[in-house]
Design a protein around this ligand. Structure first.
Ligand code: FDA
Length: 305
């Protein structure tokens, strides 16, 4: 039953008609637990609250799978507005974005042009930018664009997914770029030809890539809600005396907020990924697919007036 729900939500997350309808009819169906509103003002308020509790933030203007150049340029403009708002307000926040929202599926020229505009604006405001990793079909292209931009800018990092077989090699390759990486399990439905189908194997690979990237001396964000991975990382940094400024934990907005505060209390850096914007549908469906138990929250939200 859980697998059926998971597959249904993953299917819905890629449905373009539903994405358009969700955009049109607004921020409903319980998405507000995972999304900090539709405007930059609401996002800044959420960041302030998190910062006041000792939590750092990476802000994400939601958008993905854009196929129209004008729309991609507009999303890039929104990202620049978000950077300017971070610079204007007394908040501590980085920025995260997806290359498909910047024109990855349109052309290399469009995506590079939008990314250079964003990274220059971010440099001016001292804001670090992380390129999220999307589905496998975009992985190679995303890493090529990352490497190109990394040779031009300091304030850029990206994400690798523990469920992909190729990730071990990517860790080695990106070591040549001293890449600042967020490591995650992986959120898309992938074929067993490219990704470990077994959860245990994903967890083992996750531990291995965390160890490799940290011991290579690179900055590592361990992005997970999984206690076993968090405890593994704590033991690893203790054994190898890795300093607190070489790593941080990251979690998603609205997921395990009490654990986020607990890690801050223990002295770790904890960054919360805060999505906002009208294009919340695909993101929201992936969160439901990860943990069908979250549907209960959504149903409660639906019936609460
Ligand atoms: P998993 O989902 O296996 O959960 C492990 C355990 O955590 C559960 O058994 C439970 O104990 C606990 N848990 C999880 N959710 C909970 C909840 N709601 N309430 C209570 N306990 C809960 N993916 C991607 O493909 N590309 C990307 O760029 C990113 N970016 C990203 C940024 C950040 C900051 C995070 C945290 C995650 C991502 N992801 C991502 C998503 C990632 O790939 C993955 O899908 C989710 O983080 C879920 O995997 P976990 O590691 O949390 O473990």
């Amino acid at each position: 039953m859980e697998k059926l729900l998971r597959n249904s939500f993953m299917f819905l997350s890629r449905n373009k008609t539903m994405t358009k309808l969700a955009k049109k009819y607004g921020h409903k169906f319980g998405a507000s637990r995972f999304v900090a509103g539709e405007t930059i003002e609401s996002a800044i308020t959420a960041i302030e609250q998190l910062n006041n509790n000792g939590l750092d933030v990476t802000l994400d203007y939601l958008g993905e799978f854009i196929e129209d150049e004008h729309e991609a340029n507009e999303v890039a403009n929104q990202a620049i507005r978000a950077i300017e708002a971070i610079g204007r307000n007394p908040v501590n926040s980085q920025l995260s974005l997806k290359l498909t929202s910047m024109g990855l599926d349109i052309s290399e020229e469009v995506v590079l042009c939008n990314m250079r505009r964003i990274l220059s604006a971010a440099e001016n405001e001292n804001v670090f930018v992380t390129i999220d990793m999307e589905d496998y079909s975009r992985c190679e292209k995303t890493l090529e664009i990352f490497k190109q931009l990394r040779s031009e800018f300091q304030n850029i990092g990206t994400v690798l997914q523990a469920y992909l077989y190729r990730t071990i090699q990517d860790i080695d390759e990106l070591n040549h770029y001293n890449a600042s990486l967020r490591l995650v399990k992986g959120a898309y439905k992938e074929s067993p030809k490219v990704a470990f189908p077994d959860k245990k194997a994903v967890d083992q690979n996750f531990q291995q890539i965390i160890k490799m990237h940290l011991l290579n001396g690179n900055f590592t964000a361990i992005a997970t809600h999984d206690d076993a991975i968090i405890d593994y990382t704590k033991r690893l940094i203790k054994t190898h005396r890795i300093s607190n400024d070489q790593f941080e934990f990251q979690m998603l907005y609205g997921i395990r907020p009490e654990k986020q505060l607990e890690l801050v209390k223990e002295g770790y850096r904890m960054r919360v990924y805060v999505p906002y914007g009208t294009d919340w549908y695909g993101y929201f469906m992936r969160r439901l697919a990860e943990r069908p138990a979250n549907v209960a929250f959504v149903l409660k939200g639906l019936f609460r007036k």
